[in-house]
Design a protein around this ligand. Structure first.
Ligand code: AHM
Ligand code: MG
Length: 333
C-alpha cells in the first residue's frame, strides 16, 4: 500500500507551525473533520432515510423530519461544541452567536455555513460545509462574545470546506498551503489527495448567475459581453460553469482556474453571499493557493465586519481573471 496520509495525521503535522497552540488547533480541526463525516453520512443517505422535506413533519419512525441544512447545523454544533475547544460559535443558520457548553476551556471562535447551496439539497447536486476559525481576542473564554467572531478575514487561523459531491472532499488551510482530502467510505477516513493546491493564474471558466443579468450594473453587463467575445489571444470566449453551490463552483475553479463572481444586483445591493461564513474562509483558501478575492474593489480579507450575517459582493478565483472582472466593476474598462 502506498503512503496513505489521513487528514488527522496531516493536521497533526501542521502543529509545528503553531507551537503556542499546544495542539488545540489540531484537536479542533480534527473535530471539524469528524463533524463533516457525520454530515456526509446523512447527505449520502438523504433520499433513503426520508430526511428530506420540510422541518416540522414526521418520518416513518415518528421522529421529527429536519431539513438537511438544519440537521447539519445541529450535528456540527453538538459534535464540535461539546468538547469545549471553542468558546463561541456562529452559524449561517443562527441569528446570534452560540455559546457551547464547557466554553470556559476554549480559545477559539468557529464560524460556519453548515450546508451551503440550499437550492441543490433536494436534487442530488453537490452541497458543502464551509468553516472559519479565529483565536479569541481576549484571554477569558467566559467573556467570549460577538466581537471574537467579527474579526477581519486576515485574522483567520484556519479555514476550510467539505463538498458532498460525486466524492466527498475536504480542503483546508492553516495559512501554510491548501490541502485537499478525499473521503474513502470503506475505511471511514479522509485521505490526502491534493497536496499544496496552487490555482492557475488564469482559467477558462466564468461562474456567475447570468439569469440575473437584468439586475446587474453596467460594469458587470459589459464584463459578460467581454468574456463571451471571440479572441484566441486571451482564450476567449470563456465557458460558463455555474452550479449554484458556492463551494462546488469555487472548488472547480480552484483546481482548473477560473473566476466566480457574485456581484451587487438590484435585488442584493451588497451581493448575496455572507462575509463571515462564505467569503472570508474561501478568500483565505484562495489567496493561500495563489488566487485573489475581492468585493470588486477591496480585498475580502481586509473588510472590517460589522455584523454576523453581513453580505458582500464576491470576485474570487484566478488572479488575472479576478483583476479583469474588477476593472469592469470599477468602470476602468
Ligand atoms: P445559501 O446559503 O442559501 O445556500 O445561499 C448561498 C448560495 C451559494 O452557494 C451560491 O453561490 C449562491 O447562493 C447561488 O445564488 P443564486 O441562486 O442567486 O445564483
Ligand atoms: Mg451558504
Amino acid at each position: 500500500m502506498s503512503n496513505l496520509i489521513t487528514i488527522e495525521r496531516h493536521i497533526l503535522e501542521q502543529q509545528k507551525y503553531f507551537p503556542e497552540a499546544h495542539g488545540e488547533l489540531t484537536d479542533l480541526l480534527t473535530d471539524v473533520a469528524f463533524a463533516a463525516k457525520l454530515v456526509r453520512r446523512e447527505v449520502v443517505r438523504a433520499g433513503l432515510v426520508d430526511i428530506l422535506g420540510f422541518a416540522g413533519s414526521t418520518n416513518v419512525q415518528g421522529e421529527e423530519v429536519k431539513k438537511l441544512d438544519l440537521f447539519a447545523n445541529e450535528k456540527i454544533i453538538s459534535a464540535i461544541g461539546q468538547h469545549g475547544r471553542f468558546a463561541v460559535m456562529g452559524s449561517e443558520e443562527n441569528e446570534g452567536i452560540i455559546i457551547p457548553p464547557k466554553n470556559e476551556t476554549g480559545s477559539y471562535a468557529l464560524l460556519f455555513d453548515p450546508l451551503d447551496g440550499s437550492s441543490n439539497i433536494d436534487v442530488n447536486v453537490s452541497v458543502g460545509t464551509i468553516f472559519s476559525i479565529y483565536r479569541l481576542k481576549g484571554d477569558d473564554p467566559c467573556k467570549a462574545s460577538i466581537n471574537d467572531c467579527l474579526q477581519h478575514g486576515y485574522e483567520q487561523v484556519a479555514a476550510g470546506y467539505v463538498i458532498y459531491g460525486s466524492s466527498v472532499v475536504m480542503v483546508y488551510t492553516t495559512g501554510h498551503g491548501v490541502h485537499g482530502f478525499t473521503y474513502d467510505p470503506t475505511i471511514g477516513e479522509f485521505l490526502l489527495s491534493h497536496e499544496n493546491i496552487i490555482t492557475p493564474k488564469s482559467g477558462k471558466y466564468y461562474s456567475i448567475n447570468e439569469g440575473s443579468f437584468a439586475q446587474f450594473n453596467d460594469g458587470t453587463k459589459k464584463y459578460l459581453d467581454y468574456i463571451k467575445e471571440e479572441d484566441p489571444a486571451t482564450n476567449r470566449p470563456y465557458s460558463t460553469r455555474y452550479i449554484g453551490s458556492l463551494v462546488a463552483d469555487f472548488h472547480r475553479n480552484l483546481l482548473t482556474g477560473g473566476v466566480f463572481v457574485y456581484p451587487p444586483t438590484t435585488k442584493h445591493l451588497s451581493g448575496k453571499l455572507r462575509l463571515m461564513y462564505e467569503a472570508n474562509p474561501l478568500a483565505f483558501i484562495c489567496e493561500q493557493a495563489g488566487g485573489r478575492a475581492t468585493d470588486g474593489r477591496n480585498r475580502i480579507l481586509d473588510i472590517q465586519p460589522t455584523s454576523l450575517h453581513q453580505r458582500t459582493p464576491l470576485y474570487i478565483g484566478s488572479e488575472e481573471d479576478v483583476i479583469i472582472a474588477e476593472e469592469f466593476e470599477q468602470g476602468l474598462r
